[in-house]
Design a protein around this ligand. Structure first.
Ligand code: XMP
Length: 516
């Protein structure tokens, strides 16, 4: 990917910690741009990012082993400040000649450290502070030129400095919320040690992208697909701001959307775009192809393929287009070039972005530098309405993966009604923004019930609400019992065809968020 941000940055070299992205997000929250590169990045790749400072992330490997990941680039020769976090600090020490030892057990969780508050990273923080540790290896000796700046009972060298060379190490994780003064410690590194300036903001990002898109596109035409989700809406609004009517945004109704969703999305986008939204009703085409299909992966493939067929037809009808704009985000970019950490495919995800490789467009991916929370901020800056920006994620295959087994129009209608009662209820109770995602699933089982004097034999629905930060892991949301009772009553009383409601209390892993 070409470098897009012209300014300075903090480069994070990734050793596979689950917190690496969090480091970048914390730094960006301080209005300093930050990029993540694989630990194997070469000097030129690193320098291309105009680094004011380097951070070596944590990682799951064990540096007492020979084949543990190490750096390719000789970063110490650059004269740029370096901060090693956990694994990163151990690596610095090892490179500087110190010995490491296994602790025999993994030190994990809250620890109190005594910090020397006269030293660069701890300035302005209390002498005793709580930090988040997670390591099974520690320094046996101090590398030459370094001094200890913090210690804990289990970890005598919990932090170290080499002021002359501007190299710093933290054995704990400053990026994690549980480290009480983590933000201040990182800020000391950014502003006192590296001399960074606060220049990264939604406004600077939008200004940069608008001029970049204009320059790249000239007077050509750009096609994009919008799903109604946050990413594609913000992407379309951004490209629209740059080139207005040269953009043709296509919205495909696949018949698998939620109650009134197609109308709402059209209305909202019509209010924020200068250009007209192309609306394609392909409900029949999708539902006919899905008839009788029960296998989840098959359903996903059919939906993905049908989407491409419809989209290709529209593009031929309305073309020619030189460019295709997609709402790819930064985590996808990191993921696709990651050299550490497995990312097994659990489900074949279908995004509106997953378009055919043989379409001859040049790609524009204006959000590819952003994390999800930054996309939301850019959306706010572009004045997209809050209900659009705060929308929960919704999967590309839509309600098809929420009706396990074969899909019928009748089941989709039932599910829409149940889902609407649940979501409206969450909004009414002020709970919608408290959860990462919430939805209903219509189960392919019937159960016996009694309503009035009558026996019923109808479908069961499950409600699913989860908390999460990125959808990769999730916990079931502890929704109040009173709320659940209210919603269950409302569903059973108002949705003819559903006589039982259950609440899904599985976490991810081992379950997934969606049911298929
Ligand atoms: P799972 O079910 O894999 O879902 O735990 C994780 C997150 O991804 C969403 N999801 C999808 N999003 N296309 C998408 O754009 C898909 O095919 C897809 N499948 C799942 C899901 O809603 C959750 O937020």
């Amino acid at each position: 990917m070409m470098r897009e941000w012209e300014g300075e940055s903090i480069v994070i070299l990734d050793f596979g910690s689950q917190y690496t992205q969090l480091i970048a997000r914390r730094i960006r929250a301080d209005e300093v741009f930050s990029v993540i590169l694989p630990h194997s990045a070469g000097i030129e790749e690193i320098l291309a990012e105009k680094p004011k400072g380097l951070i070596l992330s944590g990682g799951p490997a064990d540096l007492t082993e020979e084949n543990a990941p190490r750096l390719k680039a000789d970063i110490f020769s650059l004269g740029i400040p370096v901060l090693g976090i956990c694994y990163g600090m151990q690596l610095i020490s090892q490179m500087k000649g110190a010995e490491l030892e296994k602790t025999g057990h993994r030190e994990f969780g809250h620890t109190k450290i005594e910090a020397n508050t006269g030293t660069a990273l701890f300035r302005g923080t209390p002498a005793e502070q709580k930090v988040w540790m997670s390591h099974g290896v520690r320094l046996k000796s101090m590398p030459e030129g370094f001094v200890t700046t913090a210690s804990s009972p289990g970890c005598p060298i919990a932090a170290m400095n080499n002021d002359a060379e501007k190299i710093y190490g933290l054995q704990f994780h400053p990026e994690v919320f549980h480290t009480e003064n983590g933000i201040e410690i990182l800020q000391n590194f950014l502003f006192e040690v590296c001399g960074c300036e606060k220049v990264w903001s939604s406004k600077s990002f939008v200004d940069l992208e608008v001029s970049r898109i204009r320059k790249k596109v000239g007077d050509a035409r750009v096609l994009c697909a919008v799903s109604g989700g946050v990413d594609s809406s913000v992407m379309a609004a951004l490209v629209d701001r740059a080139i207005g009517k040269q953009l043709v945004p296509v919205f495909v109704d696949n018949g698998l959307l939620r109650e009134n969703e197609a109308e709402e999305v059209q209305e909202i986008l019509a209010g924020c775009l200068m250009t007209d939204l192309v609306f394609v009703d392909a409900t029949d085409e999708f539902l006919e192809k899905l008839e009788g299909v029960t296998d989840p992966e098959k359903k996903r493939k059919i939906i993905g393929k049908t989407f491409i067929d419809v989209f290709e037809r529209e593009s031929e009808k309305r073309g020619p287009f030189a460019f295709l704009a997609q709402g790819t985000l930064y985590p996808d970019v990191i993921e696709s070039r990651s050299t550490v950490g497995p990312s097994d495919m659990i489900k074949s995800h279908h995004n509106v972005g997953g378009l055919p490789e043989d379409m001859s467009f040049e790609l524009i991916e204006p959000l590819s530098l952003l994390f999800k929370d930054e996309v939301r901020e850019v959306g706010r800056f572009l004045e997209l309405p809050a209900i659009q920006i705060e929308r929960h994620p919704f999967p590309g295959p839509g309600l098809a993966v929420r009706v396990p087994g074969a899909i019928t129009r009748n089941d989709l209608d039932l599910l829409r009604k149940v889902d609407k009662i649940f979501i409206d209820g969450l909004k009414r109770y002020g709970l919608y923004n408290e959860v990462w995602q919430a939805f209903a699933v219509l189960l392919p089982v019937r159960s016996v019930g009694v309503m009035g004097d009558e026996r019923t034999y109808q479908k069961a629905a499950t409600l699913r609400a989860v908390t999460s930060t990125d959808g990769m892991t999730a916990d079931w949301a502890r929704l109040p019992y009173d709320f659940l009772q209210d919603i269950s009553n409302e569903i059973i009383n108002r949705v003819d065809g559903v006589n039982r409601v259950v609440y899904d209390i599985s976490s991810k892993p081992p379950s997934t968020i969606e049911w298929e």
